[in-house]
Structure formats: structure tokens, C-alpha cells
Ligand binder design. Structure first.
Ligand SMILES: Cc1cc2nc3c(=O)[nH]c(=O)nc-3n(C[C@H](O)[C@H](O)[C@H](O)COP(=O)(O)OP(=O)(O)OC[C@H]3O[C@@H](n4cnc5c(N)ncnc54)[C@H](O)[C@@H]3O)c2cc1C
Length: 372
């Protein structure tokens, strides 16, 4: 039976970031992952490091997202240095477009609310003329946009690959094809995958939609459910968009990603023509030049949603040393997961400010509407 300081269950972006962050500090880490049969948000997402709308009604989530935005460049540098894989981070700001006066008014209200609740991060409303000065290609139907200077985007597949390569480079073990069936506790943990057993002093449950079943094994609750998003990708086109936006982004390779829907349809990842058509139509209004671009791929993937859309992080009271970690923005929060959460888990535990993320909040009866 092999033993580790820390076992992270779930090799997606949340588990990968925590495992890399811990291995970087010298811990003996194993990352156990179920494999290709699983639903994996980490392989189907949009790649935004998106801060401007995160945490409406929950300031600790807004502050955590902002902390992540500040830590992201350090994560990117660490990955480049350790693995030679840079996740193509571009963090020069992001736009949320408004296609009507109504949308503009609602967006302005949201920006003001975020400012009042959680303090300013420089987000401002741009009218059409100001927007055109920054993005000359926007269409006539765009009334304006909210612009946040700390938003950005990255290549999520390079990020995932970099986190796994970084874990290995730092002496950690990535163990795919391991479905965790049971976790036993006797002061330390024994994690069981079929006939194999691994021991560890601490364990993190970061298994995306699989977390729901694992958490009760160590006295935790992770009531996550799937929320489908569909995405289209075009062929490579000449550079026209140097910023992140909430619905369209040009990748480091030149292709254009358009997204994404929010569909409560259970564990169904099929694409559907009407939804893809709506996504394309809205994005063509935003950037009419996209009318000429050929779509080369479409897909559906499942977000990992908590009841209020905010993350869960918690240490078990009945099984000290067992932690939960889940969120619906694993790209955005990768900086915080690797550079702040992992050190806390390895060290003295989660700081008091993180109590706000415990699952007990779902029993209070006051649940926010998820914010993206
Ligand atoms: C359409 C879409 C767009 C998105 N866009 C963005 C975006 O722009 N920006 C952003 O920040 N986030 C975005 N996300 C969210 C982001 O992809 C996820 O937050 C991120 O992937 C983190 O997921 P995760 O690691 O929790 O789960 P996953 O990536 O789903 O990984 C969970 C892993 O756990 C493993 N697992 C499950 N059960 C077990 C078990 N019993 N034993 C062992 N292993 C197990 C699985 O094999 C899987 O690999 C998007 C998601 C979707 C679906």
C-alpha cells in the first residue's frame, strides 16, 4: 500500500491545481482520476479568467475571484518554469456586451451593485463610441459594454496539461483510471480504488460531479448538479479580438470560440441545433465579421454547479484532514487553488475567511441566484 502526504481525488482543473500547488511546496502528492468515462468540465470549457460578475450577493466569492486574478500570472510563470508549458494567459481586460438599452441598464446596475458590495476593481460601462474606440469590429447592434481591466482568458487544455506535467515534474503521481470507491478513516485516510489502496494524511475531494457521492464518506456535503453549456469553434481567422469577452474569444491559435448556453438538462452533453444557432446569431450581431467564418467543431459539456453557484471549500469536522473543493469556474480560480488553497490545506487549514464557503450555507434558506 503506497502512502502520500496528500491525495487529491479528481484530475480536472480544480484537483489538478490543488495537486500542483501542493507538490510545488514539496508535499508527496497523488492525483487520482477516474478517466475518460467521466464527465469532465475541464476538457469542455470556454477558458475565461472572468472576474467582473463573480460574487454578486456573496462578497467573499468576489474577493476570492479577485485574489485568483492576481495570482494567475504567478501560476502561469510557475507552470512555464517547471514544465515549459505556458497556458497562454492573456489578462488585459474583458467585455460584457449589451445588445439593447435594457441590457445596458441592467449591466450598469450590476456593475454598481458589485462595486457597492465588494469594492471597485475598475469595471466601467462603455457607450458605443468608447467601445468602438477599443474594439473597432463590433457591430451596429451593440449598444455598449461593461469593461473590467482584470478579466482575461487562457488556453484551458494547456492549463490542464501544464498542471499534470507540473505535478509530475515536482515528484507527484498522476494516477488515471482510478475510480475511488471508498475512503476509510482511522486518524489517517485509506483511499480505495477497486483492489488498490492508498494511504494519506490529508485528502481533497475535487471530483467535479463525482464529488456528491464521495463527500459523505468523510462527513462532508457537496450537493453539486450538472448545468450544460454548448460551445462552437470556428476555423482560424486573422487576429481581430485581443480581449476576453463573456460570449466570444479568439484563442491564441486564431480560432474563435463562441458560447455558451446554460441548460438544466441533467447528464446530457448532446449538442442541439437551435441552441447553437442562437449562440452563433448573437455573436454575429456582436462581431459581424464572424458571418464569414466556418464552424469546425461544436460540443456540449457539464458545469459543476452548487445550489448558489458559489464554490464549496470546507474541512470535515468528523474527519479532520479531509477537504472539499468545487466551483463552476475552475479556470478563473486556478490561480487561487494552486497558490492559496493548496498551501492552506497543507498547512494550518482553511483561514477563517473561508468559512463563508462551507456547505452549511445551503441550509440557511437564503440561496442566491448563480452568477457567471
Ligand atoms: C461549457 C462550459 C464552459 C465553461 N467556461 C468556463 C470559463 O470560461 N471559465 C472558467 O473559469 N470555468 C469555466 N467552466 C468551468 C470549468 O470547466 C470547471 O470549473 C473546471 O473544469 C473544474 O472542474 P472540476 O475539476 O471541478 O471538474 P471536472 O473537470 O469535471 O473534473 C472532475 C474529475 O473528477 C474525476 N472523478 C469523478 N469522480 C471520481 C471518482 N469517484 N474517483 C476518481 N475520480 C473521479 C473525473 O474523472 C474528472 O476528471 C466551464 C464549464 C463548462 C461546462
Amino acid at each position: 500500500m503506497r502512502g502520500f502526504d496528500l491525495i487529491v481525488i479528481g484530475g480536472g482543473l480544480v484537483g489538478g491545481a490543488v495537486a500542483f500547488g501542493a507538490a510545488r511546496l514539496g508535499a508527496r502528492v497523488a492525483l487520482l482520476d477516474e478517466g475518460d468515462v467521466a464527465f469532465r468540465a475541464a476538457r469542455g470549457n470556454f477558458g475565461l479568467v472572468w472576474i467582473q460578475s463573480k460574487g454578486a450577493g456573496m462578497p467573499p466569492y468576489a474577493h476570492w475571484s479577485r485574489q485568483s486574478a492576481a495570482l494567475w500570472a504567478g501560476l502561469s510563470d510557475a507552470l512555464s518554469e517547471v514544465t515549459g508549458v505556458a497556458p497562454a494567459l492573456r489578462q488585459n481586460g474583458g467585455f460584457a456586451f449589451c445588445l439593447s438599452d435594457d441590457e445596458f441598464a441592467r449591466q450598469a446596475e450590476r456593475v454598481q451593485r458589485m462595486h457597492n458590495e465588494s469594492g471597485g476593481i475598475g469595471t466601467r460601462m462603455l457607450d458605443r463610441a468608447e467601445l468602438r474606440a477599443m474594439l473597432p469590429q463590433v457591430g451596429d447592434e451593440v449598444v455598449g459594454a461593461a469593461f473590467c481591466p482584470i478579466d482575461g482568458h487562457a488556453n484551458p487544455l494547456l492549463l490542464l496539461r501544464g498542471l499534470q506535467a507540473g505535478l509530475l515534474a515536482k515528484g507527484g503521481e498522476y494516477l488515471p483510471g482510478r475510480h475511488v470507491d471508498a475512503i476509510d478513516y482511522d486518524g489517517g485516510f485509506t483511499v480505495q480504488c477497486g483492489a488498490e489502496r492508498f494511504t494519506c494524511a490529508k485528502v481533497v475531494i475535487a471530483a467535479g460531479l463525482g464529488s456528491r457521492d464521495l463527500a459523505p464518506m468523510v462527513g462532508l456535503e457537496m450537493p453539486v448538479t450538472p448545468l450544460k453549456g454548448q460551445i462552437l469553434v470556428t476555423e482560424r481567422v486573422r487576429p481581430f479580438l485581443d480581449y476576453a469577452t463573456h460570449v466570444v474569444r479568439q484563442t491564441d491559435e486564431g480560432s474563435v470560440m463562441m458560447g455558451d448556453s446554460q441548460e438544466d438538462v441533467g447528464f446530457d452533453i448532446r449538442t442541439t441545433t437551435p441552441v447553437l444557432k442562437d449562440i452563433a446569431a448573437r455573436n454575429i450581431k456582436v462581431f459581424p465579421l464572424l458571418r464569414e467564418a466556418n464552424v469546425v467543431r461544436t460540443w456540449g459539456a457539464l458545469r459543476v454547479m452548487t445550489p448558489d453557484g458559489c464554490p464549496i471549500y470546507e474541512e470535515s469536522v468528523s474527519h479532520p484532514g479531509a477537504f472539499s473543493a468545487t466551483c463552476h469556474s475552475g479556470v478563473t480560480l486556478a490561480g487561487a487553488h494552486a497558490m492559496a488553497l493548496a498551501p492552506a490545506i497543507l498547512g494550518a487549514g482553511l483561514p477563517p475567511a473561508m468559512k463563508a464557503f462551507e456547505a452549511a450555507r445551503f441550509k440557511s434558506g437564503k440561496i442566491n441566484v448563480p452568477s457567471f
